[in-house]
Design a protein around this ligand. Sequence first.
Ligand code: PEP
Length: 259
Amino acid sequence: MRTPFVGGNWKMNTDRASGVALARAVAEAAAACTGVEVAVFPPFPYLGAIADALHGSRITLGAQDLYYETSGAFTGEVSAAMLLDCGASAVLTGHSERRHVIGESDDLVNRKTRAALDADLTCVLCIGETLDQRERGETHAVNERQLRAALAGVRPERTQRLVIAYEPVWAIGTGRNATPADAQDAHARVRAVLASIFSSDVAASVRIIYGGSLKPDNAEALLARPDVDGGLVGGASLSATDFCTIVRAAEARVARPIA
Ligand code: PEP
């Protein structure tokens, strides 16, 4: 049985006061959802304040990025150890905005993913195709290429803290979401690739979550699919009410058997 994972990616939003208030509201609203791992990913400067706000709650604190080196002359970068020191225990890698806006390569995503897992951070590795790639029928090939590249050199025992987020780029922040059937198809194929890279046991245990305009009104249908183990939420995570409605939709799947 895979515990559903729902993460809120706040991106470059909130200030210190509104971030702390949002974290407190999420902690309160999600307190009863014990069947779901709930995480928030605030901007770097507010990690310490939000760690304090979440103290004693069951919410996982995550960061939106890290650098793969441990220390040294890397101006502006943040190491895995620094994240842990600030109270974070999770991190995103490969988010489409970092791949397509900032220009991160598959190789850089691989180094960051390995650094995160080696440091025992929960690593939410994001993959997904652009609209052009989707229209050319390349969705599964792109997902497989990104997965194999990002996971090169990752030892099977390190996958215990690995979460894969399938996030079609054309669905992120656009109000367009994948259909539940499309998401299930993509997730099942991602699981098959994980089986081929690692083993069927690893594939069965890794959580594969969906991201891309996940909202209170589409969460139930998407999160009901057998290989959709939760969600990565951008826009809707800035409202504690909307975010926690999605958390409850993830919890509802706990009652159902997972294929
Ligand atoms: C995201 O940032 O990972 C995301 C899925 O954003 P949104 O929910 O706004 O599409």
